[in-house]
Ligand binder design. Structure first.
Ligand code: NDP
Length: 332
């Protein structure tokens, strides 16, 4: 059994040397526990926040302890009355090749309903984030203009497609020409802007002739300054993530956009997906229905091998992924 532990709190952009691979022991199973082989694990931008020692909505990772996150595992030994050898489960588990968990810590998956990986993406945390953040806070109406940053990522791809389902005009912002083509040609975005090669404000102004009604913010920073400069009266801004700021050592100072909120009577509201935990099931059912109807599609970037987990995590900050970034740790 192998584990990945955090050995330093990263300063700025995390480095490989902030992590360490170590042997891990496997404790003897107690009643109601199972031994799980990790099949897939999820790497997510929010984990960067947990690597720092500051107050947030989840406690920081402890130094010299394993990182944890979304994991799909398969039961290889069971002392549980509910889970049998061979069953697949999902849970918040350690970055280890094997984990011991109790029944209560995991949820059984039915692989005949959806591919295992979908539970870590479109039907899991990132899909639900898109669903509730957009529909509850953004509330896009037919004919309105929705802009999403981080548009080609796990959350952004689903936000844009749900906005299309609701009849909005959708404009995405992402960091490569391949991603721009993917958004327009495969996901049906009305326009998409490469923030690395274009003047975001000028391109957005051209792409949003009627202004911006909903801005789903995944990135913060200068990109968001440009979008917020173009909002309409009554605009809604779900603040989902601020990835452009996660690795800054000093707080960023930029244009003060509050006056835009004020003069437009706009709403800007942060949220955490777990705010909607009581409604996860209905969200997952609707997402699954759209998938089945072909109204929603998703992409995944799957890196092979536990030894490549850190590279996969770091790749989130250089935009290596289109769609959900996952690591395949073992064959089922
Ligand atoms: P993504 O799949 O979108 O991966 C991150 C992407 O961010 C990269 O592919 C990269 O794409 C882009 N990016 C990286 N650095 C920068 C930068 N400096 N400026 C602009 N874009 C950058 O991740 P997720 O979909 O999982 O998460 C998206 C956002 O949502 C994150 O901010 C995350 O923290 C947040 N989140 C919030 C949740 C909540 O409950 N509020 C839950 C889940 C996620 P590119 O090539 O375009 O640069």
């Amino acid at each position: 059994n192998e584990k990945i532990i955090l050995v330093n709190r990263p300063k700025g952009t995390p480095q490989k040397s902030d992590f360490h691979y170590e042997e891990a022991s496997i404790p003897e199973l107690k009643n109601d526990q199972v031994l799980l082989k990790t099949i897939y694990l999820s790497v997510d931008p929010y984990m960067r926040g947990r690597m720092s020692d500051r107050k947030s909505y989840v406690p920081p990772f402890a130094l010299n302890e394993p990182i944890s996150g979304g994991v799909v595992g398969q039961v290889v030994e069971s002392r549980s009355g509910e889970l049998a050898e061979g069953d697949f489960v999902i849970g918040n588990l350690n970055w280890q090749t094997y984990n011991v968990a109790s029944d209560a810590e995991v949820r059984k998956l039915d692989p005949s309903i959806a591919p295992l990986t979908a539970n870590l993406g479109v039907l899991g945390m990132t899909g639900l984030t898109a669903y509730f953040g957009l529909l509850d806070i953004g509330d896009p109406q037919e004919g309105e203009t929705v802009v999403v940053s981080g548009a080609a990522g796990a959350v952004g791809t689903i936000v844009g497609q749900i906005a299309k389902i609701k009849g909005a005009r959708v404009v995405g912002i992402a960091g490569s020409d391949e991603k721009i083509s993917y958004l327009k040609d495969e996901l049906g975005f009305d326009a998409a802007i490469n923030y690395k090669t274009e003047n975001v404000y000028e391109s957005l102004k051209a792409a949003c002739p009627n202004g911006v009604d909903v801005y789903f913010d995944n990135v913060g920073g200068e990109i968001s300054d440009s979008v917020i400069a173009l909002i309409n009266k009554g605009a809604r801004i779900p603040v989902c993530g601020q990835i452009a700021l996660y690795n800054l050592e000093k707080a960023d100072v930029g244009p003060r956009m509050q006056s835009q909120l004020l003069i437009n009577s706009a709403l800007m509201k942060g949220f955490i997906v777990s705010d909607y935990a009581a409604h996860f099931e209905e969200g997952a059912i609707e997402l699954a229905k759209w998938l089945k109807e072909g109204k929603l599609s998703y992409s995944e970037n799957i890196v092979d091998g536990f030894e490549n987990t850190i590279d996969a995590f770091l790749g989130l900050f250089s935009g290596e992924n289109t769609g959900k970034q996952l690591v395949k740790v073992a064959e089922p």
